[in-house]
Ligand binder design. Structure first.
Ligand SMILES: [Zn+2]
Length: 472
């Protein structure tokens, strides 16, 4: 279950669904009433926070009027959270309809085996055209048959492994595996496929042999946010991979837990992108797993800023960005930072958030804000190091003005623009709270402020996330 518990949002969803299931099964009269109605009219959906009759209708591809009349609803605007709704018009589907965010490494067949739901029903309910369309991060509707227990533990089949070899390796009889997983014969087995067995057994929950867990800090992935991948491996291995052709770099401190940090560009098109992980064992053999992962919009706003025209020269902007990219596109193998990043100023007051689409001098929304701006609110202009790291840039640039960059290791950097004075030089190691310099108004700046940003190997990410969440 650790797979489901990896982020706060999922945790809440998981707790909510457990509570709902307890409420549902724990009340003696409801299930009988619900399943009695089921057989005639359709499966039962439990209203979730944020649902309206229209969104539910859209989700199941039925009309809002049909749901209204099947449930005798007089006021369509008065739905209650946890209210049970019969969904009419879903022929052949019965039971309780629940929803869950699909985790990376779980296939549609895996979901089908875990919940005992027919794969065809999952395809129909989620409007997929094939099983390969199961995208990690997507919310899936799953019909649960109350008469069958849910299987919660999984083993993973190795590449080219037969069901007999699988049975020998895991100690689970093939006669137990076959019926538990709706398999009619060993030809159904696919490399990396998960098999569900009795609920008490804890075992591999990932699609790669010798990997006990693959988890994300957040699913779906969000524009402009930090993607942290965590892999737990039972044997010393080397990991590599790609997300939408961007290379993943993995680091480990104990030889068991491997981390990779990736910056998701704030303007990356929301869509499903392939995420591939490659494990190379000590003997040189490799295992590869790939699945589409959903990337969603960050919901950033727009803002209009006026600056002198000189600061909008495309060549100057490009040359400065390329110069910084040479410094930022590096992966220091040591991790210098530890825990939460501190605010870089006393009394932080935020003038502008990260990710805002920006228009300079009414030229169009062609820019976006790569960091967050702190105004001058403290009686001093001090700028502090938010975490430990090494100063890799401290110089005056045309657009960014007096600028500092700190390398925190593993591809993570922090930047400070428009400063008036430096208290550190290139090569210095700083600790959290060390004085870096003073807030100023140098470069492309419309008044004294600190522009603070976090870059992951050259891609700016939302710094607020690093000030409020601990990585790793
Ligand atoms: Zn700024």
């Amino acid at each position: 279950m650790s797979f489901l518990m990896n982020n706060y949002k999922n945790k809440l969803k998981y707790i909510a669904s457990v509570i709902l299931l307890v409420l549902f099964f724990g009340t003696s009269t409801l299930p009988a009433a619900a399943s009695g109605r089921n057989q005639e009219n359709g499966p039962v959906y439990i209203v979730q926070p944020g649902d309206t009759l229209n969104t539910i209708a859209l989700r199941f591809g039925v009309s809002a009027e049909d749901i209204q009349s099947a449930n005798g609803i007089t006021d369509p605007n008065a739905l209650n959270i946890n209210q049970q709704l019969i969904i009419p018009g879903l022929e052949g589907i019965s039971g309780l309809l629940t929803s869950q965010v699909l985790q990376y490494g779980t296939s549609l067949l895996g979901l089908s085996r875990q919940y005992g739901s027919k794969a065809a029903d999952l395809i129909f309910l989620n409007k997929l055209s094939s099983p390969s369309e199961a995208i990690a991060g997507q919310t899936f509707i799953i019909p649960i048959d109350e008469s069958k227990p849910t299987k919660s533990s999984a083993h993973t089949a190795a590449v080219d492994e037969t069901i007999l070899e699988y049975a020998i390796r895991t100690g689970i009889s093939q006669w137990e595996t076959l019926p538990n997983n709706q398999l009619s014969g060993s030809w159904d087995i696919l490399p990396g496929e998960q098999f569900f067995i009795s609920a008490e057994v804890t075992a591999d929950q990932s699609p790669i042999p010798n990997v006990s867990a693959i988890s994300f800090n957040n699913l779906p992935i969000i524009q402009g946010e930090t993607l942290q991948l965590e892999i737990i491996s039972s044997t010393p291995s080397e990991f590599s991979g790609t997300f939408n052709d961007k290379e993943l770099h993995f680091f480990t401190e104990d030889g068991e837990t491997y981390y990779s940090f990736l910056g998701i560009h704030a303007l990356e098109e929301p869509a499903a992108y392939p995420l591939k992980i490659i494990l190379t064992s000590e003997d040189g053999s490799t295992s590869t797993f790939e699945q589409l992962v959903l990337l969603e919009a960050g919901g950033y706003g727009n803002e209009w800023v006026n600056v002198p025209e000189d600061y909008l020269d495309e060549t100057v902007i490009r040359e400065e960005d390329e110069y910084l990219y040479q410094i930022l596109n590096k992966f220091t193998p040591e991790r210098y930072w530890d825990g939460l990043f501190q605010y870089p100023v006393d009394e932080p007051c935020i003038n502008s958030q990260f990710g805002q689409r920006r228009d300079y001098n009414n030229g169009g929304l062609f820019f976006y804000h790569t960091g967050m701006d702190f105004g001058v609110c403290a009686p001093n202009l001090n700028i502090y190091a938010p975490a430990a790291g090494k100063v890799v840039l401290a110089e005056e640039l045309t657009i960014k003005g007096k600028a500092i960059l700190i390398d925190h290791g593993w591809g993570v950097f922090s930047g400070y623009w428009h400063m008036s004075e430096f208290n550190v030089s290139v090569g210095d190691f700083v600790q959290p709270g060390d004085l870096l310099g003073q807030i100023g108004n140098t470069g492309r700046s419309a008044g004294p402020h600190l522009h603070f940003e976090i870059d992951i190997s050259g891609t700016p990410v939302n710094p607020m996330t690093w000030l409020s969440q601990e990585f790793p």
